[in-house]
Design a protein around this ligand. Structure first.
Ligand SMILES: [Ca+2]
Ligand SMILES: [Ca+2]
Length: 109
């Protein structure tokens, strides 16, 4: 009777990644990056009204209007905010901001 260790799922992840995660978990109790990730995660959930983990321009616009960011939807300033958001976060340029594009990868919530 052999005791088999369950290593199948862990072996898919490079050990160094696990070590980095552990190191962060132990040493960075008040990690500002983690707080930032949690904030971004909540913002993403707030904007994502249909809960498909992807933000469309329409969802972003509704959110900005609801929070009175950018004053008027037809203003250039408002358009700049939306364009800026998609320029920054839509990394694969598919016109949607996926959860993984918006929230830093190291913090898997
Ligand atoms: Ca959505
Ligand atoms: Ca995208």
């Amino acid at each position: 009777m052999k005791m088999l260790k369950q290593t199948t799922s862990i072996s898919l992840v490079p050990i160094c990644v696990i070590l980095v995660h552990l190191f962060c978990f132990i040493t960075c109790d008040e990690n500002p990056l983690k707080e930032e990730a949690i904030k971004l995660s909540n913002i993403h959930k707030d904007i994502d009204t249909d809960r498909n983990k992807k933000l469309t321009r329409q969802e972003v616009i509704i959110y900005l209007v609801a929070n009175k960011i950018g004053y008027k939807p037809d203003s250039d300033y408002f358009k700049d905010i939306v364009d800026g958001l998609f320029d920054e976060h839509d990394k694969n340029k598919d016109g949607l901001i996926a959860y993984d594009e918006f929230v830093p990868r190291h913090d898997e919530l």
